[in-house]
Design a protein around this ligand. Structure first.
Ligand code: APR
Ligand code: PHB
Length: 390
């Protein structure tokens, strides 16, 4: 079959790409190796920057988000003796939305259904060919066992960290950082004990209190990278959460744990984000540690640049935006990579007491200095897409 854009991967990046291209009158075919049910049930982070929400609104997929999502003015930062609320709306005039990535994926999946763009779920043996020629193509075996060949003008590699696209960019430079810790992620059927997220520094390690709804809470605990999940009974989880979040006059409500897993953490950037007719977007090109809540937003920001660039090429043969894509996207990627690294290093227990005192000094500065608070707020709530440094 022939299409204008072949999209590899139906995570948030691939689905949003499909929808934006459909709106721009560009035909696209989506190729995903997992089932749609699997993709829509995958538990991931859930913070949307104001700019991400504006884009979803603009393209008609923000309706349920506004109904069921939670608008937050800011976050709480905590360290022993202090819980400090940073009010982003007050500081910079923008807040964030808490809305599960699973929900974003479902909303984008529904938009794709309405658009009528073709999709192959449960495809196997997905391979990219001749991406540096003017006739790139994708081969796959469809769910029914039939071999399929897709010829396209352009390919969008939205297949996440483990997908095949990045391997088709020869000579790329990979810069990465491992961290000496991981997160134990916990989903619990209990009302959040807080109005807005709590990021807590504690001598035992970092803890985060997030949420999915008024009935479901999401927690994370800093643990060792090789932590054995079987060592974490529900009792131990609640005890450790209560310890790390302890604050005068405040009580953590516990409840049934419905899911728990250990999540590795790394920073990773692969550049350039283009080879010939292949363009990478989202986790296929970069990974950030989750403390800055940037992964989903960066994927959305990439697609916000790439979809119009591809549409301009398909409609007018114009290559200006496509030629600019990798550099423009990487500028935002590195800004968010820095912020995510900075939040990670400020909040997680590592090193010695000297490191701990530096962390506490930095945390206290966010309380005493409006400039420091404003900088954190601008990065967390996100720079407007139009303000990506160029
Ligand atoms: N063929 C087709 N699809 C593939 C292949 C393959 N060989 N390998 C992987 N995929 C699919 C995955 O199954 C997944 O659905 O590509 C998709 C990539 O989606 P994500 O990993 O969600 O990446 P992305 O869309 O870039 O979204 C980034 O997701 O990982 C989180 O925190 C991250 O929030 C960020 C967001
Ligand atoms: C989440 O709700 O899963 C979440 C929130 C904020 C983060 C990371 C994860 O920084």
């Amino acid at each position: 079959m022939r299409t204008q854009v072949a999209i590899i991967g139906a995570g948030p990046a691939g689905l949003l790409m499909s929808h934006l291209l459909a709106r721009a009158g560009v035909d696209a075919v989506l190729v995903e190796n997992r089932s749609r049910e699997y993709v829509e049930a995958r538990i991931r982070a859930g913070i949307l920057e104001a700019s991400s929400v504006e884009l979803l609104d603009e393209v008609g997929v923000g309706e349920r988000l506004h109904r069921e999502g939670m608008a937050h003015r800011g976050i709480h930062l905590q360290w022993p003796g202090t819980r400090h609320h940073l009010d982003f709306v007050d500081l910079i005039g923008r807040g964030v939305w808490v809305y599960g990535q699973t929900e974003v994926t479902k909303d984008l999946g529904a938009a794709r259904d309405a658009d009528g763009q073709v999709a192959f779920y449960e495809a196997s043996e997905v391979e990219l060919h001749d991406v540096d020629s003017d006739a790139p193509w994708v081969s796959l075996v469809a769910a029914d066992g039939e071999p399929v060949r897709i010829d396209a003008a352009l390919i969008a590699g939205c297949d996440g960290f483990h997908g095949p696209s990045r391997g088709n960019v020869p000579g790329s430079t990979v810069l990465e950082r491992d961290y000496p810790f991981a997160w134990l992620g916990v989903l619990a059927s209990v009302a959040p004990s807080t109005d807005e997220l709590i990021y807590a520094w504690h001598p035992n390690g970092f803890a985060l209190h997030s949420m999915r709804s008024t009935e479901v809470s999401r927690f994370y605990l800093q643990v060792h990278p090789d932590e054995d999940i079987d060592e974490w009974s529900d009792d131990r989880i609640w005890t450790e959460l209560s310890t790390r979040f302890a604050h005068d006059g405040w009580h953590l409500q516990d409840g049934p744990v419905t899911e728990k897993s250990v999540l590795p953490m790394r920073s990773f950037v692969s550049a350039p984000m283009r080879h010939g007719r292949l363009f990478l977007a989202g986790d296929s090109a970069h990974i950030v540690p989750p403390a800055g809540a940037k992964g989903l937003n960066l994927a959305i920001a990439d697609v916000a640049l790439l979809a119009p660039a591809m549409a301009a090429y398909v409609h007018d043969g114009s290559t200006t935006l496509l030629d600019d894509y990798s550099e423009a996207a990487l500028r935002r990627v590195w800004r968010c990579t820095h912020f995510s690294w900075w939040m990670t290093m400020m909040l997680h227990r590592h090193g010695d007491d000297f490191d701990a005192e530096l962390q506490l000094a930095q945390l206290r500065l966010t309380q005493s200095s409006r400039a420091a608070a404003t900088s954190l707020a601008e990065n967390y709530a996100g720079l407007p897409f139009s303000a990506t440094p160029r």
